[in-house]
Structures are given as C-alpha cells and as structure tokens.
Write a protein that binds this ligand. Structure first.
Ligand code: PEP
Length: 248
C-alpha cells in the first residue's frame, strides 16, 4: 500500500470550493481503499475537512502548546481537532525564513503531542549543481532530528519527504531512480543516528508529481508514497493519481 499526501498549499480561495474538493477526496478515498490518503488543506479548512472523514495533515504548526503567539496554531489544537499529521519544514516555509532550529523545535512539539511529523528536506538547484545534495540533506536531517532523539525513540511513525526544492511546482521532477537512491541515503543517515525501527520510517517523494509520472515513482521500492502539491487541487488529476496509487 502506498501513501498519497495531498498538499493544497494556500488553495482553494473559498469555503465552497474547499467543500467541493474535499467531497471529491471523500468519494475517491472510498473508491481507492488501497491508498493511505492524507489530505493537507489550509488551517482554516481543517475543521470543515473533519466532516468529510478524511485523514488530515496540517501544513505547519508552532512549537509551543499555547500562549501569547499571535497568528500561530499549536500541535495541541491540531490534536484536539483530530488531526494526526503535521508537515514540517516545507521548502516554501523555509523560504519564508524557517530555520533548521525552528524546524527541530516543531518536530519536538509534534512528537510531544503524539502527532506524526512529515519532515520535508531537499536541496536547491544551486546546491545540486555544486554536488552538495547529500551534505545539505545530512545537515537538515541532523539539525531537525538530533535534538529530538528521545522523542524519536518513542515515535509511532515518522515521515520523511524528500522534496528537491528545484522540483517543487516547476514541472521539473527528479528522475525516480535518482530520487530513490537519495532516499536510501536519507534512510541510512537516520538509521545510523537513531534507534528507529525501519518499519516506522515512511519515505515520501515530493516535487511535480502528477498522473503521468506518479507510476514511475511508486514503482521504486524505496518510495512508500508521494506528496502532491499543484496536482492535488486539480480534480481530473487527483482522480487519476488515486486510481494509479490504488493498484500498488
Ligand atoms: C509540495 O507542495 O510539496 C509539492 C511537492 O508541490 P508540487 O507537487 O506542486 O511540486
């Protein structure tokens, strides 16, 4: 069984459209029960999404449980709502100034509240050109996870999304075999540092996945699933993507 994480990003722009999209996810989720489907709408639509009986992820969270943090949403609030997953360290958030230190604190807050983190890591085009991909990934993983060793020991599951920054929203997806090799590297870094059972580590690829290329990603044994951004809000695409994933 493969995992599909649908990241709506900051879409759609009205509650009515969100409801239509969520209804389609509900129907397609029922049709394709051999898919672990996780839907990540904007915060504002999470409580509406609950009514559609979908497994939900938040796209971000803050690292404190409550207090004077205007504009932030805590993992405690997400947990109370029935959200089980939180995307942490998405490159679009890193571009807005999120540091590895903040990401590490967020991972801790998520694990402390017994939620499941989806940690995103990935290199930029420049870093890739300079042959620094592995170095960058290792730093991102170590800085996010090393301070949280004790929490990780007790974690039910952790998701790592390998999302090359140059592949996100560009149509320029990573070669699936290359992605798979990089994900094997990521797995080795984690296993060498932490006492995490391999079966609790879920490896996800993200970056311009659509109905045409998804099959080549899901074929790779290292790849447990994909994170879909742009294509996740296109109705025809999501129908095709879920049908293909259902055949694994
Ligand atoms: C994402 O939002 O993480 C993502 C991979 O987006 P896209 O599928 O549009 O590249």
């Amino acid at each position: 069984m493969k995992t599909i994480i649908a990241n709506f990003k900051m879409n759609p722009s009205s509650i009515e459209e969100a409801k239509q999209l969520l209804e389609l996810y509900k129907q397609e989720g029922k049709k394709n029960q051999n898919v672990d489907l996780i839907v990540a709408p904007p915060f504002l639509y999470l409580s509406i999404a609950k009514q559609f009986n979908l497994e939900l992820a938040a796209q971000n969270c803050f690292y404190e449980d409550q207090g004077a943090f205007t504009g932030e949403i805590s993992p405690l609030m997400l947990k109370d709502l029935g959200v089980h997953y939180v995307i942490i360290g998405h490159s679009e958030r890193r571009q807005l100034g999120e540091t590895n230190e903040m990401i590490s604190k967020k991972i801790q807050a998520v694990l402390r509240n017994h939620l499941i983190p989806i940690l995103c890591v990935g290199e930029t085009q420049q870093e890739r050109k300079e042959g620094k991909t592995q170095e960058v990934l290792k730093i991102q993983l170590e800085q996010a996870l090393l301070p949280n060793k004790d929490y990780l020991l007790q974690a039910e599951k952790i998701f790592i999304a390998y999302e090359p920054v140059w592949a996100i929203g560009t149509g320029d997806f990573c070669d699936p075999r290359e992605a798979s090799e990089t994900m094997e590297f990521i797995k080795n870094v984690i296993v060498s540092h932490f006492d995490i059972r391999i079966s609790n580590l879920i490896m996800i690829y993200g970056g311009s996945v659509d109905s045409k290329n998804i099959d080549n990603f899901l074929k790779q044994v290292e790849i447990n699933g994909v994170l879909v951004g742009g294509a996740s809000i296109k109705k025809e695409e999501l129908v095709k993507i879920l049908a293909i994933a259902n055949s694994y």
